[in-house]
Each structure stands twice: as C-alpha cells, then as structure tokens.
Design a protein around this ligand. Structure first.
Ligand code: ATP
Ligand code: MG
Length: 235
C-alpha cells in the first residue's frame, strides 16, 4: 500500500483522514485487514490509529500497558507508511473519549480536510454509552464496518442492525441516502456503512488462547506474536 502524497508546504489540497480508535489489546489481523479495506473504500489519504489509554468500556480482563499496546501497533504497522499510530489518547490524562480525540484532530486539520471516525458495528451499537455521543455524531461522519459474530443477529445482512438503530436510538430523521451505503441527517454529518471481509477474530479470543497455552500464530502479525511471547503478556 502506497502512502498518498501528504500535504507539503504550499499544497492546499484537502485530505481525507480516517480516525480509528480501539484498545488494540492486542492488535490483530481483523483490525489490519479492515483498515486496508476502509482505506481503499473511502479513498483515504491518511489513516490514524489511536489506542485508548484507559479503556472506558473494558473493566474486565487483562489489559496490556498502553506502552506495550502501542509497541505492538507500531510493529504491526511497520513498513506501511499509510497507517499512522497515534499516542494522543495515551498522552491525555484520564480515560479516553472519542469526542476529545475528534476535537483534537479537527483543530489540527485544515478547514477543507474531511475527517471520518471509523468503528466496527459492535462498537457503533454501543455508542449510546459513549461520552457526548450526540455531539460526536454532529461533529464527524462515522463509518461503521461489518464485523462477524457480533450483533449481526437476524437482520439478514452484515450491517442490517444499523438503520433501525440509527432511527430508533439516535434520531428518526436519519434517511437512507440516494447514495448507497450512506444515511443522511438534516443537521448532522452522514453515517456510512461498509462491509469488510468477515474475519471473526477478537483480542478477547487471542488473550483466551494465550491463557490456554495455545498458539496465536497468523491471528496477529508474527512480530506481534513474538513481542507477546518475549514479554509474557496475557498469561
Ligand atoms: P476486545 O475483544 O478486547 O474488545 P476487539 O477485537 O474488539 O478487542 P478493539 O480494540 O476493541 O478490538 O476494537 C477496535 C475497533 O476495531 C472497534 O471499532 C471494533 O469494532 C473493530 N474491530 C475489531 N475487530 C474487528 C474485526 N475482526 N472486524 C472488523 N472490525 C473489527
Ligand atoms: Mg472490542
């Protein structure tokens, strides 16, 4: 994957920037493949990947330190200049909230840059528990990726739960756009949906495999598997 020209001095071309947050405890190929497909589908210029400091929604289970999660992310993304790991949430004091992170990048981007907040369907269907989620949805277009095994329920399609959720839980004014895979709102940015290759992999499962003494080879990049082994993480 090639890095697209980033804006140099004198170049005012607006950039399309994806923001992808998560615990990445640890990063796995489900995350990585989804990043590639969203990059291509949204014609992004930059994809910024942001591990959270204290995961506000994860009180249970072993969490590797922020610095180990960041190190694994850097290892996983090495050789791919298009994907940029960010320690903005790790450096911020207290729990990480997406609204703060989006505001941070909005303040630093050029007026015509387009920011997109990217998340899996499971995360999106949980958004009502996020701090200032209505303000968040007013601030930035959200891109919801399909994710197998999580909340696909009886909706018949990988992202079938999203339209009813938007109307019933967020605002009845969301309407399917004439543009496919997009829901418009009269006073908020759109919500986009994207199917990605269904890879039923989660960090929870990877941590469980480690605790059972089983291999995690090929569920994470080799460099990440080696790092986990060397540091004795998740045992
Ligand atoms: P955990 O099991 O610890 O919750 P996870 O695998 O869900 O870990 P997170 O760090 O919680 O990983 O996820 C970060 C983001 O990546 C979320 O928006 C999540 O929906 C998305 N995501 C994670 N795994 C996949 C996958 N296999 N396919 C698509 N999206 C994914
Ligand atoms: Mg998760």
């Amino acid at each position: 994957m090639e890095k697209k020209e980033s804006r140099g001095s004198g170049d005012n071309r607006p950039l399309r920037i994806g923001l992808f947050g998560g615990t990445f405890n640890p990063v796995h190929i489900g995350h990585l493949r989804a990043m590639v497909e969203i990059w291509e589908s949204l014609f992004l210029d930059q994809l910024i990947i942001i591990p959270s400091a204290i995961p506000p929604h994860k009180p249970h289970g072993a969490v590797a330190s922020a610095s180990d999660r960041m190190s694994m992310l850097i290892l996983a993304l090495s050789g791919n200049e298009a994907f940029i790991p960010s320690d903005v949430e790790i450096r911020r004091k207290g729990p990480s909230y997406s609204i703060d992170t989006v505001r941070h990048y909005k303040e630093r981007s050029a007026p015509l840059d387009e920011l997109y907040l990217i998340m899996g369907q499971d995360a999106f269907l949980d958004i009502c528990t996020w701090r200032d989620y209505m303000a968040l949805l007013k601030l930035v277009p959200v891109v919801v990726m399909s994710r197998p095994g999580k909340c696909d329920g009886n909706h018949g399609s990988a992202l079938g739960a999203v339209p009813a959720f938007l109307k019933d839980r967020i605002s009845p004014e969301y309407r399917a756009s004439t543009e496919p895979l997009r829901f418009d709102h009269p006073s908020s940015p759109p919500v986009l949906v994207r199917e990605v290759t269904p890879l039923d992999i989660s960090s929870t499962r990877i941590r469980a495999l480690i605790q059972q003494g089983k291999s995690i080879r090929y569920l994470v990049p080799d460099s990440v598997a080696d790092f986990i082994k060397e540091k004795g993480l998740y045992l």
